[in-house]
Design a binder for this molecule. Structure first.
Ligand code: AMP
Length: 448
């Protein structure tokens, strides 16, 4: 099938040809003709499948006829994060180069007055995150009576982030006579129920089964040997593992995902200290800093972007060679989203998930979700990648210990034991039963 077969107009076809797309992707083949016919859609599609163009291209064509009045947008796209909203905004500019559509963005972390000014001029397309939309709406800057198309993008992410009550409030402000397009990477029951509430007789589209990972990504599970329970030491061992992987693999650039913002900061500083070109991205950072950081990464000015899950969904950066999960994601769906940042648009990608035995239950949930076992990565530097390695392996011979990433602690212990033995020898004593070998020197003297 070609783009011509989809019913798009000449201006858009010219732009598509300029950009260099030869054929529509499966989601585009299915969605574009339906959107042009004003049908509601419930689409299960991951990012990286050409999802954005599947709603942007027909919307540009539909909105080309007509003009927006002040404060009265003609379409609304809801996105869970500011980055995604900004990215969809860029897509409108990109695909709509030959159309003079007006656009406004309502996202948190940026000056609201500037955003409202754009609304005053009239916006054919309004792209918003739910919180900021309601803020602006409640201040009386918006009239929604002209909205003909509503897109709810990344609905499962909205659900995870607790935005659904806000989305319900927003939908209640819209006229019932509209086309609604709902996209979600996964289709949990809550989203299906929501679709019944928001959509009228939707056409269901499913381009990939829920939560499948792209076949272009080679996945690896790296079991970092951590026989210690102290969190600080575990994290240090994982940072060592990360650096060794980076050195061992042909890493052009990578996203490094951590579960907590605090760890994003720590891993970022660690990479920086070890001389790597790195930046960080998480939700507590100012919006303009987040946008500039992402831009630097996209333009290859930094090689490693250490980030929280704020960067996991939908961000479209071309040619990311690797994704490292510094932490195993607690939410199994997040795994699919994180590693989906590599291996995009047919390119090859690699993911490495650094795990400890404590992560077992999360790995099991992920493997169930993606319906496959993540292959264990045999590394010369850990030499201890067995899935079932257990803490009693600390009793193994020291030759194996030396090969492990977790050797720091073992070596230190060995050192301590030698010192203690020497001390005892110098005192001419056998270890005292009940006190092990760690008999304080002053006690030894008293017992002499
Ligand atoms: P998305 O799923 O919207 O994040 O799109 C992923 C990537 O696919 C983007 O970089 C698009 O530029 C690219 N893309 C979208 N449609 C096509 C197409 N028909 N042919 C080739 N690449 C495409």
């Amino acid at each position: 099938m070609t783009f011509l077969d989809l019913g798009l107009d000449r201006q858009i076809l010219r732009r598509i040809a300029d950009i260099g797309y030869t054929n529509p992707t499966p989601i585009q083949e299915k969605a574009i003709p339906l959107v042009l016919m004003n049908r509601d859609i419930l689409a299960c599609a991951q990012t990286g499948t050409g999802k954005t163009a599947s709603f942007t291209l027909p919307m540009i064509e539909i909105l080309a006829a007509g003009q927006a009045k002040a404060r009265m947008p003609r379409s609304l796209i809801l996105e869970p994060t500011r980055e995604l909203a900004a990215q969809v905004g860029e897509s409108f500019d990109h695909y709509g180069k030959y159309h003079s559509l007006s656009k406004a963005l309502l996202i948190g972390g940026e000056n609201m007055n500037e955003q409202v000014k754009l609304l005053e001029r009239g916006a054919d397309v309004l792209i918003a995150t739910p919180g900021r939309f309601l803020d602006v709406f409640n201040r009386g800057h918006l009239l929604m009576a002209d909205v003909r198309i509503l897109v709810i993008d990344e609905a499962d992410r909205m659900l995870d982030m607790g935005f659904i009550p806000d989305v319900e409030k927003i939908v209640a402000t819209l006229p019932p006579m509209r086309t609604t397009l709902l996209f979600s990477a996964t289709m949990p029951n809550e989203i299906k129920l929501l679709s019944k509430q928001f959509l009228h007789n939707p056409k269901e589209i499913n381009v990939t089964p829920p939560a499948t990972t792209a076949t272009t990504i080679t996945q690896h599970l790296v079991m970092a040997r951590t026989n210690v329970l102290e969190q600080k030491t575990v994290q240090k061992i994982k940072r060592d593992t990360l650096r060794k992987l980076i050195e061992q693999q042909a890493v052009k650039n990578a996203l490094v995902f951590c579960n907590r913002k605090r760890d994003v900061d720590i891993v970022f500083r660690s990479l920086h200290r070890h001389g790597y070109s790195a930046a960080r991205l998480h939700g507590d950072m100012l919006q303009n800093v987040r946008i500039n950081t992402l831009k630097d990464f996209k333009e290859n000015k930094v090689r490693f972007l250490v980030c929280s899950d704020v960067a996991a969904r939908g961000l479209d950066v071309k040619d990311v060679s690797h994704v490292f999960n510094f932490d195993v994601p607690v939410n199994a769906d997040d795994y699919t989203h994180r590693i989906g940042r590599t291996g995009r648009a047919g390119a090859k990608g690699h993911s490495f998930t650094i795990a400890t035995q404590q992560d077992r239950k999360y790995i099991d949930a992920i493997e169930k979700n993606i319906a496959m076992k993540i292959p264990v990565f045999e590394t010369p530097f850990t030499g201890c990648n067995s899935r079932n390695q257990s803490s009693n392996k600390s009793t193994q011979g020291s030759s194996q210990k030396k090969n492990c990433v977790g050797q720091t602690k073992s070596k230190k212990n060995e050192g301590k034991q030698t010192q203690s033995k020497k001390r005892q020898e110098s005192l001419g004593k056998e270890p005292v039963i009940g006190l092990g070998q760690h008999v304080p020197a002053f006690l030894m003297k008293n017992m002499k």
